[in-house]
Design a protein around this ligand. Structure first.
Ligand code: CAA
Length: 389
């Protein structure tokens, strides 16, 4: 067993006044500004433009970015706390928040040049524009080293060709971090990450995907045909793109684990409240042991998921190795989300199967947490490799 599995230093979860203030602010925002209209946005698959603008205004889109670049300068624990609260109500909004914070802003701040930070990070952190992370392709999902998109070096610029699939914020982003192969001979060490602005000649946004869950979020394929990208838009040294993608995804997985936790706890809170209102056989359904057992098990598994999510966040804040902890948190929390939302629908009975009661949406939203930013199978692979280190 690897030492990180036994490392209990991440178990100090004393929340500070600041953490509690973030929790209250996120909860308040979710209840007052996200809850109204969440069902309608899901049904119509309508991107939450106004709600995302407000998330930017309130500082939820650049929470961990240094104040030097207009961010909140907060720790990862604050970020997962906010992600949980927002995901309880609207996972379509929280995926925008997660991708912007942990894949785009974090990646740019950690590895970008000063010019790139001034030009893009400041606007991304303020929510003036949102970002997209473009790794997946029609034939490269889990097998991410197998990039077919090419970025051929033409001296002062790269010429980008290829297609990206299932890109979150695909239609609404202003800055896209695109992974592409520059030197096929070097395999994954020949991949670069380029910052691509919307509106460049040859860059076409495909149609919005009609999804099972997180329907209001904006998922598109992207087509690049001879797109000229200036060389100063490359992140890191030549060939750093795959390492960049993997490093940002390590942190991204903490965000998605927190999203899964929020979906699970949102469904649990609705089921608990419903169990105290609904009567059957002459008493509240909470008084039936069959329902109590379900709620007891939900509460226990959600608490376990929360501990894993906080542990991964704390390790990241302490600059310790969090690769395995992040994968464990995502693997476990996403399974808990799928299971707990299904139980919440069951507790609601027939009402659970209709849109008005929210739990059916949460159940549909839960599924993607087992797929994006690395499927559950990829998380097991990451965890297993770390066991041998
Ligand atoms: N952290 C840092 N570096 C890592 C890493 C990690 N977790 N995992 C691999 N690497 C590095 C390796 O060290 C290696 O680098 P060197 O050769 O320079 O040493 C390089 O990456 C290649 O690694 P492997 O040889 O292990 O490659 P592999 O093909 O056997 O496995 C993989 C790679 C782990 C399976 C990887 O392809 C992977 O994580 N796949 C899943 C991709 C994924 O998560 N996609 C999500 C899409 S983004 C998304 O969903 C965002 C959204 O919109 C919501």
């Amino acid at each position: 067993m690897s030492s990180s599995t036994l490392d209990l230093s991440g178990l100090n979860f004393n929340l500070t006044e600041e953490h509690l203030a973030v929790q209250e602010a996120a909860r308040d925002f979710a209840q007052t500004e996200l809850l109204p209209g969440v069902i309608e946005r899901d049904t119509a698959a309508k991107f939450p433009t106004e709600q995302v603008r407000r998330m930017g205004e309130l500082g939820f889109l650049g929470m961990m970015v240094s104040p030097d670049y207009g961010g909140g300068g907060m720790d990862t624990v604050s970020y997962v706390i906010a992600m949980e609260e927002i995901s309880k109500v609207d996972a379509s909004c929280s995926v925008v928040m997660s991708v912007n914070n942990s894949l785009v802003c974090w990646g740019l701040e950690a590895f970008g040049t000063e010019e790139q930070k001034q030009k893009y990070l400041t606007r991304l952190a303020a929510g003036e524009i949102i970002g997209a992370f473009c790794l997946s392709e029609p034939e490269a999902g889990s097998d991410a080293t197998s990039q077919h998109t090419t970025a051929i070096d033409h001296g002062g610029h790269y010429i980008l060709n290829g297609t990206k699939n299932w890109i979150t914020n695909g239609g609404s982003a202003g800055a896209y971090l695109v992974m592409a192969q520059t030197d096929v001979e070097k395999k994954h060490r020949g991949i670069n990450c380029l910052i691509v602005e919307k509106g460049l000649d040859g860059f076409v946004v495909g149609k919005k995907e009609d999804k099972m869950g997180i329907r209001a979020s904006d998922t598109h394929s992207l087509m690049f045909t001879d797109v000229h990208v200036p060389k100063e838009n490359r992140i890191g040294d030549d060939g750093f793109g795959f390492k960049f993608a993997m490093s940002t995804l390590n942190g991204g997985r903490i965000g998605i684990a927190a999203q899964a936790l929020g979906i699970a706890s949102g469904a649990y809170e609705l089921a608990l409240a419903y169990s105290q209102e609904r009567q059957s056989f002459g008493k509240k359904i909470f008084e039936h042991q069959a329902i109590q057992f379900k709620l007891a098990e939900m509460a226990t598994k959600i608490e376990a998921a929360r501990l894993l999510v906080y542990k991964a966040a704390r390790l990241k804040d302490e600059h310790k190795d969090y690769v395995q902890a992040a994968a464990m948190a995502k693997l476990f929390a996403s399974d808990v989300a799928m299971w707990a939302t299904t139980e919440a629908v069951q507790i609601h009975g027939g009402y659970g199967y209709v849109k008005e009661y929210h739990v059916e949406r949460l159940m549909r939203d839960a599924k993607i947490t087992q797929i994006y930013e690395g499927t559950s199978e990829i998380q097991k692979l990451v965890i297993a490799r770390e066991l041998l280190k």
